[in-house]
Write a protein that binds this ligand. Structure first.
Ligand code: SAH
Length: 238
């Protein structure tokens, strides 16, 4: 009898685990992948901001990608999304978001919408997000993904990010996800006092991630965070 009971207990274990998994992750199997992505790629590398971790767990990164590359959505590397663009590695998205420190009272400008994923992350942490993309097809597909997922506070524009978006300046935070040789002066001008800009800067295939703080008296303080690899920023619609 005892062994029968044991057998019954053992055979119930997979069922109990399956029920627990459904309770935890519902019918969204990608949620488990995101939990793993955050634990293994992001927390383990020192990202601690609980809001950044929360939105990265919650945001369906795969839905911002073309269907043929979705199987790589939660891998530890950037993924090509067409038109010479890439969706950044999850850790880099988390790092840049933590550095930018968006808050509900902030208005943020992003240069290089790409898939729209970084904008979706920022939209959940900031009050308003304005994002500019130079490739019309990407601007359109990102705007659609953002709309479908209900990110109503993110506005996408097709255009050249070198000029920024003067109509909505100044911005409390500016994030660039394509690398310029040097930070465009228009973006520095559109950064609010006490605002912060985060960008990959450099002319080589590898750049430096930099942070520029504009202090309350308008002076700038610049620091370098780490080497990064981003697609170069295009000039004038090329
Ligand atoms: N933030 C994106 C990553 C984008 S990759 C994401 O979350 O998916 C960089 C993007 O910058 C590319 O889509 C590229 O087309 C765009 N880009 C390059 N030069 C640009 C420019 N001058 N103005 C606006 N976007 C630009």
């Amino acid at each position: 009898m005892a062994s029968m009971k044991n057998l019954a207990r053992k055979s119930m274990l997979p069922v109990a685990l399956a029920i627990a998994a459904v309770c935890l992750f519902g019918d969204d199997p990608a949620r488990l992948q995101r939990e793993r992505m955050v634990a293994e790629q992001i927390e383990s590398r020192g990202i601690r901001n609980p809001d950044v971790l929360r939105v990265m767990r919650a945001t369906p990164r795969h839905l911002f990608m073309p269907a043929d590359v979705r199987y790589m959505a939660y891998d530890d590397h950037p993924v090509p999304i067409g038109h010479a663009a890439t969706i950044s590695q999850p850790y880099i998205v988390a790092l840049m978001t933590e550095l930018l420190a968006p808050a509900k009272q902030h208005r943020i400008l992003e240069i290089g919408t790409g898939s729209g994923y970084q904008a979706a992350i920022l939209g959940q942490l900031a009050g308003e997000v304005y994002t500019i993309e130079i490739v019309a097809e990407l601007a359109d597909s990102a705007a659609k993904a953002l709309r479908d997922l209900g990110h109503d506070n993110v506005r996408v524009r097709h255009g050249d990010g070198y000029q920024g978006w003067p109509d909505f300046a100044p911005f409390d935070g500016i994030i660039m996800t394509a690398a310029p040789a040097e930070v465009p002066p228009a973006l520095i001008a559109q950064l609010a006092r006490n605002g912060r800009l985060v960008a990959p800067v450099g002319t080589m295939r590898m750049q430096e991630l930099i942070v520029i703080d504009k202090k309350s008296d308008g002076t700038l303080r610049r620091r370098t965070v780490c080497p990064v690899i981003f697609v170069p920023m295009r000039r004038g619609g090329k």
